[in-house]
Ligand binder design. Sequence first.
Ligand SMILES: O=C(O)c1cc(=O)[nH]c(=O)n1[C@@H]1O[C@H](COP(=O)(O)O)[C@@H](O)[C@H]1O
Length: 276
Amino acid sequence: MTTFIESLQAAWQRNRSLVCVGLDPEPARLPTRFAGDDDAVFAFCRDIVDATADLVCCFKPQIAHFAALGAEGALQRLIAHIHARQPGVPVILDAKRGDIGSTAEHYAREAFERYGADAVTLNPYLGRDSLQPFLDRADKGAVILCRTSNPGAGDLQDLDVGGMPLYQRVAERVAHEWNGNGNCLLVTGATYPSQLAEVRRIVGDMPLLVPGIGAQGGDVEAVLGHGQASDGAGLLISSSRAILYASAADDFAAAARQATLALRDEINRHRRMPTD
Ligand SMILES: O=C(O)c1cc(=O)[nH]c(=O)n1[C@@H]1O[C@H](COP(=O)(O)O)[C@@H](O)[C@H]1O
């Protein structure tokens, strides 16, 4: 059985890419060719996946973008499509789960059994027991929010907790206590490079999911300068809107491919590339 971490490492290497393409469909922004198409959300995301799969280390569908439309079926079929047609490219379900243990069990079943995800984003606010059903799945990835990319990230995450900001306490706790199965990752926004560096210092080579490149204005060079692991990898640099909506015309899939290629190459220019 291949674990999430093994698939991720293989995809980093095979595709020479740290890019994670976020799948955040917004009906109002879909190309006009999808007007009147009842299955537009699935068809659009499928075309993006097939146009970029050899250039990425993972895909990250965002659950609210499907659920708000009643399109959970499209999300299920999309993840099944990725596994069938792009095998070896892992899928992170961005659902930011976390609840009391009995409910968390259901969230874990939803992510891994219903949707067939390889990893899921998690909110640590309720504490370890709220994430235990995810931590116990050694074959799956537990991608835990640490220092997020949004403007209000510091409201709580920067609060001083015994001489250290809360986000650093989260990093310490995950790295030293919750990662017994070696299946944890942390989320650190591209928009805050110095905090990214602090997290990297605390967690060693643990993989970090870094959203905030592209539409949120994060800087690729700063992310690589502050966040790469000792082997020049260790990052999943996520971009959604800047790739999905690179063109609103019929060439949207080719434009998404170009945008992904450009991001991959820009990232690689700032990496210590492994010799192969
Ligand atoms: O967990 C996430 O993926 C996430 C964490 C974070 O700190 N910031 C963040 O933007 N995200 C997600 O990453 C995606 C960013 O989208 P773009 O700004 O369009 O690239 C969205 O789906 C967000 O929900």
